[in-house]
Ligand binder design. Structure first.
Ligand SMILES: Nc1ncnc2c1ncn2[C@@H]1O[C@H](COP(=O)(O)OP(=O)(O)OP(=O)(O)O)[C@@H](O)[C@H]1O
Ligand SMILES: [Mg+2]
Length: 393
């Protein structure tokens, strides 16, 4: 989501400067391996800040490789002391600037210069990564059954597809009791279980062979037709599927069961947006609090979470403010309750497609807008960063 990444394995150093980076939307990674898996997922990245505790040889190898693979990315290196011989080696490998750890202003300015250079390069090279499709993963989740995950996932996929303007993959990770097939009246024969035999060597034709095309640019990866098969879908297969699908779609919407399974965690781990759903009843409220605590424990960034209040207009004694306070975050969207929703489910036609101006559909449309606003948000943060740096010059 962010265009900046800060790599710092040392927790103490991170505690000192990490919050300042995070406040301007920088992603934090803790190891070179995490950084290497982060970059292909966030092709909009323009800047990698490498912290002082990363061994120099690792930095040099990484930078020399990135210079060829992703020339738009600038590497700014932080060192405890500046040794002229090391600085020279770094610059030769393609590091843009080397800054002393104590020089916070110098670091901001170096980052700002590097981002400006990347932007200028991107214009000249005509290789803006934003033009490359790279599916944003949105995982709809609730620790309690029946709160509307599937109906929201299906309609969100329809809203994101924008009548065929975007390519969307809807994945049913409710591997035991997935409802997407009946909600969209799709034949259940092609489904994720077909991928089990291809695990570890899945390719695009293989993935296409288990996907069911729906309409308006929406493809669907259904849950297994028998609950027993779901147990054989391993976490690694889910990662393999999502990684393989991302370059071919603009968005991937993942529906989940009411349990935090290994497969669900795999999807949550690589999600750009986490969408917890809450309805106004105490058991669901309790489960969403636990969900948010789990997100905190797993270090999922707060700005990637969008809390959805489903059945928001149901008068049952719990107000939106009560729930926001209990969960500790504001609602991104209020989705009203309406019998038209249930009727549309029974007709197996997403309400967003049949009645795009229905209040339910308008709410789902707002959720889709928030999901598509990723690029806009990133650009705003980028400007903030540039300005902060320039003000100090
Ligand atoms: N906003 C709403 N207005 C009216 N009915 C709704 C709304 N949201 C969900 N429902 C109804 O609630 C029922 C459960 O919804 P859904 O299947 O989407 O929930 P779920 O969280 O996926 O449940 P499960 O645990 O079974 O997977 C459905 O019949 C659906 O039509
Ligand atoms: Mg469901």
């Amino acid at each position: 989501m962010s265009q900046y990444v800060y790599l710092e394995p040392d927790r103490d150093r991170l505690a000192q400067v990490g919050p300042q980076f995070q406040s301007i939307g920088t992603s934090i990674v803790h190891s070179m391996a995490d950084l290497e898996s982060h970059l292909p997922r966030y092709p909009e990245t323009l800047l990698v800040i490498v912290g002082a505790s990363v061994p120099l040889d690792e930095v040099l190898m990484f930078t020399a490789y990135q210079r060829l693979q992703r020339p738009l990315i600038g590497v700014v290196l932080v060192r405890q002391n500046l040794d002229p011989a090391d600085v020279l080696r770094c610059l030769r490998a393609g590091v843009r600037e080397v800054i002393e750890e104590s020089d916070w202003d110098g670091l901001r300015n170096a980052c700002s210069r590097s981002v400006d250079l990347s932007k200028a390069l991107s214009t000249t090279l005509h290789t803006s990564n934003e033009q490359t499709p790279y599916g944003r993963v949105i995982t709809v989740f609730a620790g309690k059954g029946g709160c509307g995950r599937s109906v929201i996932a299906v309609n969100l996929a329809a809203a994101l597809a924008a009548g065929g303007g975007r390519r969307v993959l809807l994945v049913d990770l409710d591997l035991q009791f997935g409802d997407v097939a009946i909600m969209l009246k799709l034949p259940p024969d092609r489904n994720i279980a077909g991928g089990i035999a291809m695990a570890g060597r899945l390719d695009e034709p293989g993935l296409r062979s288990i996907i069911t095309p729906y309409k308006n640019g929406i493809d669907v990866l259904l849950a297994p037709s028998s609950p027993a098969q779901g147990e054989h879908v391993r976490r690694e297969l889910v990662v393999e599927i999502l990684d393989l699908a991302r370059p071919n779609y603009d968005f991937i919407v993942v529906d989940t069961p009411a349990l935090v399974t290994d497969q669900v965690l795999a999807a949550l781990d690589i999600s750009d947006w986490l969408v917890p759903i809450v309805t106004p009843d105490l058991p669901t409220l309790k489960s969403v609090r636990l969900t948010v605590e789990m997100f905190d424990m797993l270090d999922y960034p707060k700005d990637r979470r969008m809390l959805v209040f489903n059945r928001s207009n149901t008068e049952v004694g719990l107000t939106a403010a009560d729930i926001e306070e209990a969960v500790g975050m504001p609602f991104a969207v209020h989705v009203p309750s309406s019998r038209e929703v249930t009727i549309s489910v029974n007709r197996a036609e997403p309400l967003y497609m049949t009645s795009p101006t229905h209040p339910f559909s308008l709410a789902i449309g707002r959720l889709a807008d928030l999901c598509t606003g990723v690029q806009r948000a990133a650009v705003q943060k980028k400007r903030l960063f540039s300005r902060a740096g320039k003000d100090r010059r």
